[in-house]
Design a protein. Sequence first.
Length: 234
Amino acid sequence: MTAPSALVLFSGGQDSTVCLAWALERFAHVETAGFHYGQRHEVELDQRGIIRDAVAKIGDWGARLGPDTMIALPELGRLSETALTREREIAFQESGLPNTFVPGRNLLFLTYAAALAYRRGITTLVGGMCETDFSGYPDCRHATMTAMQEALSLGLDQPLAIETPLMFVNKAGTWALAETIGGAALVDIVIEHSHTCYLGDRTVRHAWGYGCGVCPACQLRANGYAQWRGSTVA
């Protein structure tokens, strides 16, 4: 039986695109929410509408795809002295975390998404958080999602589920999941339209999609693609 509705935290990246498809396979009505916080790679936000239009042409997903909401969080970018919100070289900090970590980002995203879901009568949030193949972000961990689900459910005084279909899936598995859910059509959408590169580079097209090819996000995506295809990174 198809579940009633879900709200997908949709950035326009590879992971959130696969999560959108995952939700469209399982829920009768799916809405999306994006966040503009002054990220260097805000070109991914430009891809969101293109991806939504493309996935709507797969099967009956178009009939299930509902409205999109863009939420502006300028203060997050202003407060975050990180390589995702400033022109600086990507590196690891003394804490062991990469300087692409934006403190509180996913916590804020989930809180705002929960507020929107509450108003829309939606009780399931879907996000691409993953602790198997990620950059060490503590707000991507399963324990963090479990805690947020409990806190938001208590704060809203009604059950709220947080689904993270990629939590224990590496990037090769994410490519495989895309093919399983939407076949070659979805894989092509991920390659041609999704954007993950931290530097916002869409000038170079690789076998796995567009990006600088050297930032951590591109390396994860490229290595995952190569592992999935059983080939050399291109």
